[in-house]
Design a protein around this ligand. Sequence first.
Ligand code: HEC
Ligand code: HEC
Length: 291
Amino acid sequence: MPTKIEKDSVTGTDTTGHEWDGVRELNTPLPTWWVYTFYATIVWAIAYYIVYPAWPGLSGYTKGIWSYSQRVEVEADIAQARAAQKGYRDRVGALSTDDIRKDPDLLAFALAGGRAAFADNCVPCHAVAGAGRIGYPSLADDDWLWGGTLAEIQRTIEVGARSGHAETRVSDMPRFGADGMLTGPQIDDLAEFVLQLSGRGDAAMAASAERGRPLYAENCAACHGDSGEGKPDVGAPRLNDQIWLYGGDKQSIVASINAARAGVMPAWAGRLDVETIKMLTVYVHSLGGGR
Ligand code: HEC
Ligand code: HEC
């Protein structure tokens, strides 16, 4: 095979000298702009190795002549943010939640801190913005199990409900069906009566609801109130509205009466600091239903 480098007559460029069946290969040079860019990237890379942290070693890495470290920068940022917040946090710690709400600056700080802490700790159960879901009460309405004042909300967050905390809020609805206190038909009648309390009684079931009335007075009114208005001091939900923690259809109501629910709200005292609990309180109170 001939390996003669010649000038190509059409392009004026040298050939490589390779030839296959009469087809010769052009040795077109790389564009100059490309070559210089390529050299520039090499220079850039070498400069980068020298200036910035680059090569890993067995114990550590080359630090670079600027000793740049993102970790150090972040730590400095955090320290700065802490210092800037310290005055606010100290005041949140010292003041009552009532007084925090009266100071617009402090209120804005507490709401922002409360929102962040809520997203970290509470959203898995209470949903975004405290909207709630089956089994986990909405914190954004004015229907409260344990009371919606700042003090009551703070207490609930601190000690939880059925939480195992020494002072937990606790109230145990009996398991009327599961423990044989009422019969199936009685529970059915009670469920009809509860539906009637919330204005959804079926006329065809009026007789059943009437049989439920005395059963309700005897077994339920002590906690849920004579007309189903609920009692915050025993954490018993209102039954005469359209807000249901465990579902308001007949089947769900029967299930609630049959085996009770005993939802658990964890205690946060000890897990979150006092300032964070106060900020959460102010935040939850602001969601729409605070009293
Ligand atoms: C593991 C799930 C869970 C988590 C996490 C949780 N909660 Fe709860 N929370 C509940 C349940 C269940 C109840 C209802 C308790 C009951 O039946 O008495 C409740 C009730 C409440 C109540 C009382 C509502 C009322 O109507 O009186 C408040 C206030 C509250 N939670 C705030 C919070 C805050 C603030 C956080 C985050 C720090 C939080 N919860 C995290 C499950 C949870
Ligand atoms: C000792 C107090 C107590 C008594 C007595 C009691 N309850 Fe309850 N009830 C509660 C509490 C507390 C809850 C909150 C749910 C939970 O977490 O256990 C509840 C929840 C319910 C619910 C679910 C409400 C919802 O929003 O989903 C229904 C329905 C209900 N009770 C009906 C009854 C009926 C009917 C009786 C009488 C047969 C009764 N309860 C007796 C305390 C009581």
